[in-house]
Write a protein that binds this ligand. Structure first.
Ligand code: MG
Length: 375
């Protein structure tokens, strides 16, 4: 598939004066005629190169396919992204099919976000990452028109952002130790467990670091009694919480585990969209919200509120993504107890720059929209 990412991102109708984006005056506007233009959606596939082989309980990979999107309107351009790790079932092909079926030109007012995103959601079932790529681009566009980042539009305080975890994949003792040393800036590490070497992984990290840890089992433990024994052992090793310890279908076992566990149990694979929040109440202690699972920023914002209203804790997470989707998710992070926003740090070909991690903490900027610029 031949394509030129830089020309895709950079082809816009915006002039730049001294670093500030200024909308281009069209001929029609200069003549005082305001054409009733619609939103212009475009998209292009892109492959993320991972810095390290990424190993989870059931798979390994070195690349992640994504779809980069943009929505242009009145001289402004909003950027979005769909990240599609293979286990979620979407591909660049399914995303292209979904996106080419959309007609955003019919919408001439980008501020009607509810109406636009309802249309996108109702166009076809599933396709959650593809839907998120439209949602993120629309939020970026609207934020740029307003001239403010979304965390401010939502009324959040930037100093309330959490620290973010940095993910250590399943690997040999030597590689794990090397990765932990590289991650010295982070105040919490997320360790992938769920294979036979779980205790070795933790002990390897503890041989070089006493940083707080959380663990993500990715449904890897099959027996609740074994899982509870492991959780008590993990608590002694300074672990703060456990993500998706058992297969999501085993709700009774997970509810029992949560009731008896000395550590919070967080749902990830068990939760995708807003209606799923209700299903996790009484089963888990909290939820991991990811834009690619829940169709984007609009629904994620509702999920945070619903979870908190039910005394559930919230983690804002991500896939391996560029700074585009990570910065979009970070706009919500002042509301979250935990963040897992390291997806852009795991890749070597990020076309954007956006939010930064400073001393382990998610650090928002004042760029309008989702807070990114083209790097
Ligand atoms: Mg997870």
């Amino acid at each position: 598939m031949a394509y030129n990412r830089r020309s895709f991102i950079k082809t816009t109708t915006i002039f730049t004066f001294g670093g500030l984006a200024v909308p281009q005056l069209t001929n029609a506007k200069m003549k005082g005629i305001l054409p009733k233009q619609g939103l212009k959606l475009s998209f292009e596939p892109y492959n993320l190169q991972l810095k390290h082989v990424f190993t989870l309980a059931n798979s390994s990979r070195t690349t992640t396919p994504v779809m980069l999107t943009k929505i242009e309107f009145d001289g402004f351009t909003g950027y979005g992204e769909a990240s599609m790790p293979p286990y979620l079932g979407e591909t660049q092909k399914t995303a292209a099919k979904f996106l080419s079926g959309l007609n955003l030109e019919q919408f001439t007012d980008p501020f009607r976000m509810d109406e636009i995103l309802e249309y996108v959601d109702n166009k076809a079932p599933q396709n959650n990452a593809a839907k998120a790529s439209v949602d993120i681009a629309l939020h970026d566009l609207v934020g740029k028109i307003i001239g403010q980042p979304w965390y401010k539009i939502w009324g959040f305080s930037s100093e309330n952002t959490p620290v973010t975890s940095f993910t250590i994949g399943i690997d040999s003792r030597e590689v794990v130790i090397e990765k932990v040393k590289e991650a010295a800036e982070f105040k919490i590490l997320k360790v992938k467990l769920g294979r036979e070497n779980d205790k070795n992984m933790i002990e390897a990290i503890r041989s070089v670091s006493d940083v707080p840890l959380c663990v993500d089992v990715n449904q890897g433990w099959k027996d609740k009694n074994m899982a509870l024994d492991m959780i008590f052992w993990l608590k002694e090793k300074g672990i703060e919480f456990v993500e998706q310890p058992m297969p999501k279908e085993l709700t009774n076992e997970i509810a029992w585990l949560t009731e008896n566990s000395p550590l919070p149990i967080i749902a990830d694979e068990a939760i995708q969209r807003l209606p799923d929040v209700k299903k996790t109440i009484g089963i888990y202690s909290g939820i991991n919200i990811k834009l690619m699972k829940c169709t984007g920023m609009r629904e994620a914002h509702k999920m945070v509120n619903l979870a908190h209203a039910n005394q559930m804790k919230v983690m804002i997470g991500c896939m391996t993504e560029t700074s585009c989707a990570v910065s979009a998710a970070a706009q919500l992070s002042p509301m979250a107890e935990w963040a897992d926003l390291d997806g852009n740090l795991l890749i070597s070909n990020d076309p954007y720059s956006g939010i930064k991690i400073v001393n382990g903490k998610v650090t928002l900027n004042n760029n309008p929209g989702i807070g990114i610029s083209i790097s």
